[in-house]
Design a protein around this ligand. Structure first.
Ligand code: ADP
Ligand code: 5GP
Length: 209
């Protein structure tokens, strides 16, 4: 099966609740695997190396770019983030559905190389709610929060690139919307192609087979 037809790409302005939602989603849908990105950003206290991100120095990130290890990478809120080909291959080889967590720049690149993937944009109910969530999360400096809020406006304007928009007002309802989108996608003819092909290939006993 082609990788792009079985891939989910999720973006959201920082602080919307994307990370929270993605981890809950992974608990609900067994076939999904999170594509762990590589970043030069400092690790937050709540985060784990290899789970949330692979944390590397600027020099190491540059070497990875030079060695063409990335499927895509971008500078987001002043740090570098990228998806390695190796990470995607690992998930694809295990026959699982990769879930990419990338910003709008990353989504644009992924769209150009895997146009058949499902692109989902999560948005906050209001700008005020976004501000409050970033403040309450208490992981970023005032300056970082201001940068992230500025970038949120630019990112929100890119919503037309995505196939679906989920509003994260009440978390349970947003989670159920996300799950519905992905379950529906998993029933689409592109996802089902392989299954139908296998049934047809194994119909040898049937007279018209
Ligand atoms: P992102 O990954 O989009 O930057 P996070 O998942 O880190 O966002 O969430 C940002 C903050 O908002 C966290 O403190 C999280 O607990 C909180 N949060 C997430 N979803 C909701 C929601 N629906 N209502 C209120 N707070 C939320
Ligand atoms: P955070 O620092 O809040 O974890 O993430 C900041 C932003 O970087 C988010 O919009 C997130 O989606 C994006 N991001 C995370 N990993 C990648 C990646 O591999 N590539 C790109 N382009 N963006 C990423």
């Amino acid at each position: 099966m082609k990788i792009d037809t079985v891939s989910i790409v999720i973006s959201a302005p920082s602080g919307t609740g994307k990370t929270t939602l993605i981890y809950k989603l992974l608990d609900r849908l067994d076939d999904l695997s999170f594509v762990t990105s590589t970043t030069t950003r400092d690790k937050r206290l709540s985060e784990e190396e290899g789970k949330n991100y692979y944390y590397v120095s600027n020099n190491k990130f540059q070497k990875m770019i030079d060695d063409e290890e990335f499927l895509e990478w971008a500078i987001v809120h002043g740090n570098r983030y990228g998806t390695t080909k190796k990470e995607v291959d690992r998930i694809r080889d295990a026959g699982r559905i990769p879930v990419f967590d990338v910003d709008v720049q990353g989504a644009r690149i992924l769209k150009s190389i895997m146009g058949g993937a499902t692109f989902i944009f999560i948005i906050p109910p209001t700008f005020e709610a976004l501000k409050k969530r970033l403040k309450n999360r208490a992981t970023d400096s005032e300056q970082q929060i201001a940068t992230r809020l500025d970038n949120a406006i630019t990112e929100l304007k890119e919503y037309t690139m995505y196939d679906y928009i989920v509003v994260n007002d009440k978390i349970d309802s947003a989670l159920s919307d996300l799950e519905s989108i992905i379950r529906t996608q998993m029933l689409s003819k592109n996802f089902m192609e392989e299954k139908v092909r296998l049934i047809l290939e194994n119909n040898n006993d049937h007279p018209s087979g």
